[in-house]
Ligand binder design. Structure first.
Ligand SMILES: NC(=O)c1ccc[n+]([C@@H]2O[C@H](COP(=O)([O-])OP(=O)(O)OC[C@H]3O[C@@H](n4cnc5c(N)ncnc54)[C@H](O)[C@@H]3O)[C@@H](O)[C@H]2O)c1
Ligand SMILES: O=C(O)CC[C@@H](O)C(=O)O
Length: 391
């Protein structure tokens, strides 16, 4: 049966041109979609339809999705890690240069010369008002050393900067990608007390809410350039405004403008352009569309933010059972006992957990009816049970 995919936002059409025969994809409302693919649309007020089992974020941040509610409904939420990291890194390069070289004010002034006489002479006379500083030999702080932060830190090494990195949760994989010349620090204060420029590349979570606040800004060097291409809510804007007024923060560059930042002095407001390139959009959309088809057709999970990644390859057995369940004692024993009672032989089984949740894929050697599957949903702790048959 054709699978129904609800799209939100502009999802790069090239990403789904190969699957259009088997899937119906639409930006118009679909009653009971199998999956949702989105960019920045906010799903917090959405009631999930019973058939919805997958949400794919064609990007990095998932704070626009009610992940906990989705998990309890047995919906796997995945993102596209790293797919748009180069796009954001390049915008960070622009932000560093734009802030250090006074480019925004200079452009506004140049524009104001329209219609005047002797523009060339006026420019030569006026340019002294926009003298900036070079990045080379300056100290750069990078907060968050994941896909984007790692690239930004390495780029800043290439600019000839002294780079400090802070990320208490960095994965081994990310850490391997970071230039060994980046000075790793375990406290945020060092970043602010040492650096001339600081760039934020962390997700917005409850824990990271207002991580840049008056306490940490108190350590900043005068004239700090602060760049936030990560999310609103990470920076306490009242504290930032006070730091700008006192001269502690020289320039704030933000990709998530709000009324307050639009009215704040020395602030460069960018209209969320970090990933607004066809390259990033296509990368991210392709990644989530591939992950989605593999999940719907084979039950395999890749790049999930709420369930573990589990993979049994292409479904070639008589049938495959996919179970989203709680990570509680006796779960697997109950599942296996259930199948044994039904005289269903297990060919292969894969199971893993992520915090309080787990996922099990079971290839079976005899068929299973929808009625029997229904009974599996009644096993305590199971929130979704699905049968997958080979294509
Ligand atoms: N402007 C844009 O268009 C755009 C595009 C992509 C991503 N983003 C934002 O950038 C964020 C980072 O993206 P990414 O692809 O690098 O993600 P990522 O998951 O690869 O890296 C995030 C890193 O932040 C670290 N981290 C988390 N909390 C931290 C904290 N309190 N202090 C220090 N480090 C912390 C994590 O350990 C991880 O290494 C996204 O979550 C998203 O909010 C914005
Ligand atoms: O899709 C976009 O334009 C932005 C995506 C970005 O915010 C992300 O978190 O990946």
């Amino acid at each position: 049966m054709t699978k129904q995919i609800q799209l939100f936002n502009n999802i790069a059409p090239k990403a789904f041109e190969d699957i259009e025969d088997d899937y119906f994809l639409s930006n118009e409302p679909i009653d009971n979609p199998d999956a949702i693919i989105l960019r920045s649309a906010k799903l917090h007020d959405m009631t999930f339809a019973p058939e919805t089992k997958y949400i794919g974020r064609a990007g990095a941040g998932t704070n626009n999705i009610p992940v906990e509610r989705a998990t309890e409904a047995g919906i796997v939420v995945c993102n596209a890690p790293g797919a748009n990291a180069n796009g954001v890194k390049e915008l960070a390069a622009m932000s560093l240069v734009m802030a250090s070289r006074n480019v925004l004010d200079a452009l506004k002034w140049t524009d104001s010369l329209k219609g005047q006489d002797d523009i060339a002479a006026k420019i030569e006379a006026g340019k002294k008002n926009f003298v900036g500083r070079e990045l080379r030999h300056k100290k750069m702080g990078v907060i968050g050393l994941g896909s984007i932060g790692g690239r930004v830190a390495n780029m800043c090494i290439d600019f000839g900067m002294t780079v400090y990195g802070y990320d208490p949760y960095v994965t081994l994989r990310s850490a391997w990608g970071v230039d060994s010349r980046v000075k790793y620090t375990e406290d945020l204060q060092t970043i602010f007390s040492e650096c001339d420029l600081v760039s934020l590349h962390v997700p917005y979570t409850e824990e990271n809410h207002h991580m840049i606040n008056s306490d940490i800004l108190a350590y900043a060097k005068d004239g700090l350039i602060l760049i936030n291409l990560a999310r609103d809510g990470l920076v306490d804007l009242d504290a930032l405004e006070a730091a700008i007024e006192s001269g502690r923060v020289g320039t704030y560059v933000v990709d998530f403008p709000e009324e307050k930042t639009l009215n704040m002095r020395n602030t460069i407001n960018i209209p969320h352009l970090g990933a607004s390139t066809p390259e990033s959009q296509e990368n991210a959309a392709r990644m989530v569309i591939n992950q989605m088809t593999d999940y719907l057709e084979n039950g395999n999970i890749t790049n999930s933010v709420n369930y573990p990644d589990v993979n049994l390859g292409v479904c070639r057995s008589t049938a495959r059972i996919a179970l989203n369940h709680r990570n509680i004692p006796n779960m697997l024993a109950q599942i296996i006992d259930f199948l044994r009672e039904k005289n269903i032989n297990i060919a292969t089984l894969a199971n893993d957990h992520r915090g309080e949740w787990a996922y099990t894929l079971i290839d079976i050697e005899s068929d299973i009816t929808e009625e029997t599957l229904e009974k599996m949903i009644n096993i305590d702790g199971v929130v979704r049970a699905r049968i997958i048959r080979p294509n």
